[in-house]
Design a protein around this ligand. Sequence first.
Ligand SMILES: C[S@@+](CC[C@H](N)C(=O)[O-])C[C@H]1O[C@@H](n2cnc3c(N)ncnc32)[C@H](O)[C@@H]1O
Length: 389
Amino acid sequence: MAPAEPTLPPPPPEAAEHSRVLAERIAEAIVAEGDWMPFSRFMEMALYEPGLGYYAAGARKFGAEGDFITAPEVSPLFARCIALQARQVLEATGGPILELGPGSGVLAADLFAELLSQGAAPQTYLMLEPSPDLRERQQRLIAERHPQHRDHFTWITELPPKLRGFVIANEVLDVVPCALVRRDGDKYLERGVALTDAGFAWDDQPMAPGSDLERRVEAAFPPGDYDYLSEVNLAAEGLVRTIAASLEAGVAIFIDYGFAEREYYHPQRSMGTMRCHYRHRFHGDPFFLPGLQDITAHVDFTAMAKAAEAAGADVLGFTTQAYFLISCGLAVMVSAGDPTMTLSRLQSTSAVHRLISPAEMGELFKVLAIGRGFDAPLLGFQSARPLQL
Ligand SMILES: C[S@@+](CC[C@H](N)C(=O)[O-])C[C@H]1O[C@@H](n2cnc3c(N)ncnc32)[C@H](O)[C@@H]1O
């Protein structure tokens, strides 16, 4: 539909056809929904439309051959740090590990392997994965990596009503469909998508007065009457609230790129944080090849923490990924490696650099811990510099 940005590599013909079919499906929905759809609905269809959306269908997504790389794909040291944090929680609360959005399944495989090597593997590792394609990939990886322990893993498509144990969600909240809101003078408009002869186009509409979205932006946007565009993710808050409400005893850790509210809605961040990922290029056009690229937005961690507290959970920590991993013992793990294995040592040093360097994932990525019935200081925050929410 919308013309491709010239610098982005063209897809092979069958992928282009796949995208065309999804774009047509979205166009039909726009017409059926009154010639306009909110951006959140566009993002939902582009990512999750059954059989066609980016996460619902077979695009490769992760790793060097895909569109982006996540921390568990960078190095198994990430999973080893999470394993130590999980172990501390599980020793106190019992119960399973629940991973939200396990992607390729590599975090689950590495985390379980680490706990197994410590004699601390959980009886049950739950994987909540809405994408049938990814579920299959995860099942294949677990069968390959843990053939003797396959029965420890269970795939679910809905959150259990009651949760006990350790919950981990890495880079999940940023792909939950968000609303885009634009302030134009003294008016707030919800940004949506309409159809033109040239394809999809932005179309901003007045918001329903008194809606949750309107109340939120009035409170969160920086004062002033200058043009300002940002995201609000009520659905991600809903997800955190549901997890917090179902936690009977345990800890949930959310890792993602984002900021506390005052930095998120900084006056200078007037164009928002929504970004698309296509073959390791980042750009701002969500209409480019729907179904073949990821669409994400940074996470407002203050909103997530408030959602958890509103459901009766405690906020147990908020820091950068770098501080969290170091507090979990990352530096010790690297220096304890066999010094004669120079190559693997060097590889892990460059992976560690990627995980903790402020120029890479170390500072932009944050870690938020919420919990209930867990009073001890969490390992990952014990020696970490706390950030303000
Ligand atoms: C960017 S990938 C991250 C994958 C993996 N956690 C990693 O770090 O490599 C996002 C994952 O979240 C899943 N996802 C999207 N919405 C979700 C939801 N509401 N609940 C659970 N998982 C979700 C996607 O299908 C995908 O597996």
